[in-house]
Ligand binder design. Structure first.
Ligand SMILES: C[S@@+](CC[C@H](N)C(=O)[O-])C[C@H]1O[C@@H](n2cnc3c(N)ncnc32)[C@H](O)[C@@H]1O
Length: 180
């Protein structure tokens, strides 16, 4: 029989290890985990002008909170890309629980490998480390006039068209390529 204080110690260690995993695993890929607030999600949905029939991408979709918010509040199709298999599995479970499996999918993928050539509305909340690579990728792959919103972090060389709640909107095209 394991004494209670030893068991409590194990549980605390397991919990601490889980928190470290949550933060560090995806940091290796460029961004750790912190969910976007509902207020910022509402700002992002408005800036992206999401409406029925649209498809929105969330690059680094975490536990699926943003995907579920957009699909429920704006009735759009939502595609996530998440590198962490655990977060992807939890998000798929949540999506099923909300009855959104026909409208929301999550790719198990490095977001830098997602083909954005057919995407016109993209959302992300990542880290400053990824912003230059993403700026190049978005500029190369997304059609002119496409909308991109980034929570908290700005592209290094592009000027946002508008910012609300620290959510920054970029319109892909020549006009966006102006140093901020
Ligand atoms: C700050 S969280 C944002 C989660 C969610 N998009 C939201 O707004 O609530 C960033 C997420 O991006 C994921 N991530 C980081 N680097 C990635 C990469 N290179 N490819 C795919 N996912 C990545 C992390 O695992 C984490 O879940």
């Amino acid at each position: 029989m394991v004494p209670t204080h030893v068991l409590e110690g194990w549980i605390l260690w397991a919990f601490a290890a889980f928190l470290v995993y949550l933060f560090l695993f995806s940091l290796v890929w460029g961004a750790g985990y912190y969910p976007t607030s509902r207020r910022q999600l509402a700002a992002a949905a408005a800036l992206l002008q999401l409406e029925d029939g649209d498809t929105v991408y969330d690059l680094g979709s975490g536990f699926g909170g943003a995907l579920i918010f957009f699909a429920k509040e704006r009735r759009v199709q939502a595609v996530g890309a998440e590198v962490d298999p655990l977060r992807r599995a939890v998000s798929l479970w949540k999506i099923r629980r909300h009855g959104l499996s026909s409208r929301v999918t999550v790719l198990r993928k490095n977001l830098l490998d997602v083909d954005l050539r057919g995407s016109e509305k993209v959302f992300f909340f990542l880290s400053p480390l990824l912003m230059r690579k993403l700026q190049e990728k978005v500029g190369k792959e997304m059609p002119a006039g496409s909308l991109v919103v980034s929570v908290d972090h700005r592209f290094p060389d592009w000027k946002p068209k508008e910012s609300r709640e620290n959510v920054h909107l970029y319109v892909v095209g020549a006009d966006a390529r102006v140093r901020a």
